[in-house]
Design a protein. Structure first.
Length: 258
């Protein structure tokens, strides 16, 4: 038995053992490389997926595949450093990753999405194809959807971008990469019949990524932030992280029982 969980750190012999130990279960972290305001690193979304995967994997004794550092980010191309990949390409990459791992014996997949609602569409397409063509068991674990029971008690606002939710998580797990003295608040404007927050209870249109023109004024004003990062806290980040890790372990156990 090895206590290592990252595939890239193991030999093929250790991975072969891990397939049996994990009941053929593996975690796949997906994120993005995109601007996250003046105070958070471009890898925030991927790092969120990685840290959740790592802590849950250690508790559940399952391996984690190397993270995919790129997502669909056309609406963040205003600021430098952002890399956006077409969703159809991402869906193909995700399917090929799943197919490769399934070839070697894995048949239960937990896809962690660190890039909020933007990544979900292509992850669903890849996941459905994998279930249909390969016969695998597969779920998508999204932090925004899986934290609806605690975000209000933490005093945070709606899901946005580089806001107090992501800021708190990063402050707790990657404090050396956070520059809170650079954070700029940019409170959510109220929009009739529209919200991207999964916990929003009123009527809303479905999300469509904004164009560069739609994003330009707000992005340049706030440095890329949407929300109130000044509300971020290490304590809130710990509660948020622990809740999600616990849920992720629970999801893994449920998947392994099917």
């Amino acid at each position: 038995m090895t206590d290592r969980i990252w595939l890239q750190e193991m030999t093929w012999e250790e991975i072969k053992t891990k397939i049996d130990e994990s009941h053929k279960t593996i975690i796949l972290p997906f994120g993005s490389t995109e601007q996250h305001g003046p105070h958070l690193p471009l890898g925030t979304d991927t790092m969120v997926a990685m840290t959740l995967a790592q802590d849950a994997a250690l508790k559940a004794n399952v391996p984690v595949a190397p993270p995919l550092w790129f997502g669909w980010s056309p609406h963040h191309m205003i600021l430098p450093g952002t890399i956006t990949i077409r969703p159809e390409i991402l869906a193909e990459i995700a399917f090929d990753i799943i197919s490769s791992l399934h070839h070697h014996g894995f048949d239960k997949f937990v896809l962690i999405n660190g890039h909020r609602i933007v990544n979900i569409a292509w992850m669903q397409i890849a996941g459905e194809r994998a279930k249909r063509e390969l016969g695998v068991k597969l779920v998508i674990f999204d932090p925004a959807f899986m934290s609806k029971t605690i975000t209000s008690e933490l005093g945070w606002g709606d899901v946005g971008h580089a806001e107090e939710i992501e800021g708190s998580h990063m402050m707790y797990r990657y404090p050396d990469l956070v520059k809170m003295d650079r954070a700029i608040d940019n409170p959510h404007p109220k929009k009739h019949l529209y919200s991207v927050d999964p916990s929003y209870k009123d009527d809303t249109l479905c999300y469509v990524p904004s164009s560069l023109e739609e994003m330009k004024a707000s992005t340049l004003k706030s440095g890329g932030t949407m929300g109130e990062p000044s509300k971020a806290s290490v304590d809130g980040g710990k509660k948020y992280h622990d809740h999600l890790t616990s849920r992720l372990v629970e999801v893994i156990r449920i998947l392994q029982q099917k």
